[in-house]
Design a protein around this ligand. Structure first.
Ligand code: G3P
Ligand code: MG
Length: 243
């Protein structure tokens, strides 16, 4: 089950904090720093179009406000998701998952799609994102890695597109984390880097999982995680860590 082709270094939200997160401009900047795999957050518009955004609400990273998932894709596509970051990115739009897929596929880049449902939409978001990803990557041998903190979203993705690799995101080692990852047919566990020590890495690896960490921005943490034998690092520090 565990065929793993992903690189060790993954650029968080496209380019960490160097460019507006979860935009195509961020992916382009990440690629210019030598990154060949990107993490992004994906949720659904009110008309079920998957698009990139971290927060449930628009305030922090766009020129609008309120719940993003209550707006149609046509409305979301008009917003400025760049100017909040810095003036050169003014007018940078929110990308659809389709647009990011086209960019990654045409450049041979790998993608980690974090399924980030608007509150109350875990199952629907997992289903629709997996359906889109399966179709978008249907002719590719390297599929994207779908991940989520929400088991219900991963369960829905498993039902819709079992062929897509899945990773369970963990902010803590809650009771049953290993059994849940096994039940969801995951290939990887992506933990907050502070969760990993000899014991937890051994547990995950013995069960057949790849072990990844987010969001790792310090050299000492990188060295510790590499010494533990972990398999992937999601970072904001593209200017510092060179894959
Ligand atoms: O997918 C790893 C990481 O992005 C999870 O945390 O809040 O940055 O989406 P967050
Ligand atoms: Mg994320």
């Amino acid at each position: 089950m565990n065929h793993w082709y992903f690189p060790q270094w993954i650029a968080h939200r496209g380019a960490g904090q160097l460019a507006p997160e979860n935009t195509l401009a961020a992916f382009r900047l990440g690629a210019s720093h030598g990154y060949r795999m990107f993490e992004c957050d994906v949720k659904l518009s009110s008309d079920d179009v998957p698009f990139l955004l971290h927060d449930d609400t628009l305030e922090r990273t766009t020129n609008d406000q309120g719940i993003a998932g209550k707006q149609t894709w046509q409305a979301l596509a008009q917003l400025d998701a760049g100017h909040w970051h810095s003036a050169p990115y003014k007018g940078e739009p929110i990308p659809s998952l389709d647009a990011i897929a086209a960019y990654c596929i045409s450049n041979g880049f790998d993608l980690n799609i974090e399924i980030k449902p608007t509150a109350g939409t875990d199952e629907r978001t997992g289903t629709v994102v997996a359906e889109h990803a399966a179709r978008l990557w249907q002719n590719e041998s390297r599929k994207p890695l779908l991940s989520s903190f929400k088991p219900d979203a991963l369960q829905a993705a498993l039902s819709m597109a079992p062929e897509l690799p899945r990773g369970l995101l963990l902010h803590q080692l809650w009771t049953g984390w290993l059994e849940t990852a096994l039940m969801l047919g995951c290939v990887a566990i992506i933990g907050n880097h502070k969760l990993w020590d000899t014991s937890s890495v051994t547990q995950a690896k013995s069960a057949g999982f790849k072990v990844l960490s987010y969001t790792v921005n310090d050299e000492a943490d990188v060295q510790r995680l590499l010494a533990l034998g972990t398999d992937g690092i999601i970072t904001d520090r593209l200017e510092f860590f060179k894959p």
